[in-house]
Design a protein around this ligand. Structure first.
Ligand SMILES: Cc1cc2nc3c(=O)[nH]c(=O)nc-3n(C[C@H](O)[C@H](O)[C@H](O)COP(=O)(O)OP(=O)(O)OC[C@H]3O[C@@H](n4cnc5c(N)ncnc54)[C@H](O)[C@@H]3O)c2cc1C
Length: 390
């Protein structure tokens, strides 16, 4: 087997990269170690920045997003007794869209299987080789158990945080890892309940942070801050709803309850591995960096990385120019660090550490963001996403 770009990982980053390359005449093959059903069912992110929406629409996979996605023009920031609203269009001229990562992946898989580049599910033992040469290859075992070798010009490591690609970049020397593990986690539920709020609510509360978000006009996605050592078995649906009622409480308003469709605990971590390239192996998305979900940046960063990487690879493979490929890691990392800072800042402002001094600082910061236009604008610009430059 031979292709121009061998893509390891069929999450949003890998699938979108393949799509963007195909639209510009570059061949690729996507190797995914899970099944289609598993990849399409994985509940994760749900907020798309303006640039992500524009990219998906321009890539021809935005029809359902535009039909079923919910455009949001702000967020509510809350602390006991106060619910303030940030108006994004007024502050920065941009909006965000609520559209689940599962739906983005379904749209990309459908486009790929309808005459797009090959997408192989259920592969195993994926090993990139010879990435320091101009003709790397990927060894893997296909879904029928047959060993295969995929020869290519470039390998894209879009295999998420637990993939094989980052380790190979580290093996090239000069790797630096920057990491922060937070002393809290999110317990998230997906509920068959119509949202009782127009915008997402980010709530500071003495018991801990809570987030009210949604996936559709009938499905809500809600989170409460918990200790990372908590066990999901110890949180009955009733206990979760009660915690949400307490932390999101506001006079004359209540949380709509409904059957819980899914629940899980998500640890929170910031992680950046540099560089995002070794020879002909390029990393993108969670393979290179992780952010805590408070700033809704993970999926959007993955989309920004591959938007930039696709442009660089087209130039490398079609024009034989190495400038954008050489600039890729530093340019992508500049956005990664901006988003890492924003995600850390939102996390630090909203989560209870148990320390009362911290709590007063957080409340002072929240009041500042909700009373000062420049402070609100800073949040709005980062939340809705800065434009991606080629
Ligand atoms: C549990 C969870 C919940 C999250 N919730 C939120 C949220 O609420 N809000 C938010 O903004 N972000 C959230 N995120 C972050 C966001 O979902 C990620 O940033 C996004 O999925 C990154 O996309 P990606 O394509 O880079 O990686 P992934 O989506 O992880 O895709 C990587 C793909 O590579 C495949 N793969 C892995 N190893 C191999 C291999 N060896 N060979 C072949 N294929 C391989 C995987 O199966 C996967 O399909 C969450 C992440 C997780 C893990």
């Amino acid at each position: 087997m031979r292709t121009q770009v061998g893509i390891i990982g069929g999450g949003p980053a890998g699938l979108l990269l393949s799509r963007l390359l195909a639209l510009q005449g570059v061949d690729s093959v996507v190797l995914e170690n899970r099944s289609r059903e598993y990849v399409e069912g994985r509940i994760r992110a749900g907020i798309l920045e303006q640039h992500s929406v524009d990219t998906l629409v321009a890539a021809g996979v935005g029809d359902r997003l535009r039909r079923e996605g919910l455009e949001h023009s702000g967020i509510h920031l809350q602390w006991p007794g106060t619910r303030a609203t940030l108006d994004f269009p007024a502050l920065c001229g941009r909006t965000v869209w609520v559209y689940g990562q599962t739906e983005v992946v379904k749209d990309l898989v459908a486009a790929q299987l309808a005459g797009g580049p090959p997408l192989l599910f259920g592969v195993s033992d994926v090993v990139p080789e010879d990435v320091d040469t101009d003709s790397p290859r990927i060894r893997f075992t296909d879904a029928d158990g047959a060993p295969q070798v995929l020869g290519c010009d470039v390998v894209a490591g879009t295999d998420g945080f637990h993939g094989v690609s980052r380790g190979l970049v580290a093996g090239g020397g000069g790797q630096q890892v920057f990491e922060r593990t937070y002393p809290y986690a999110w317990l998230g539920i997906l509920a068959d309940a119509a949202p009782s709020t127009d915008e997402l609510i980010y709530a500071w509360h003495p018991d801990g942070f809570a987030l009210y978000s949604m996936r559709s006009p009938t499905v809500s996605r809600l989170y409460v801050q918990v200790d990372p050592a908590e066990r999901i078995e110890d949180w009955s649906d009733e206990r979760i709803w009660d915690a949400l009622d307490t932390r999101l409480a506001l006079e004359g308003w209540s949380v709509n309850r409904g059957p819980v469709l899914e629940k899980s605990i998500l640890p929170m971590r910031s992680f950046v591995s540099t560089p995002m390239r070794r020879g002909r192996l390029f990393l993108a998305g969670d393979a290179a960096h992780i952010v805590p979900p408070t700033g809704a940046k993970g999926l959007n960063l993955a989309i920004a990385d591959v938007t930039r990487l696709a442009t660089a690879l087209v130039r490398l493979l079609q024009d034989k120019q190495t400038d954008l490929a050489d600039a890729y890691s530093d340019a992508a990392l500049a956005r990664v660090w901006r988003c890492t800072h924003f995600s850390w800042w939102m996390t630090s402002m909203l989560h209870r550490s148990g320390d009362e001094f911290d709590a007063r600082l957080q409340l002072a910061q929240l009041e500042r963001v909700c009373s000062s236009e420049p402070a609100a604008r800073e949040l709005a610009e980062n939340y809705t996403g800065l434009p991606v430059e080629a």
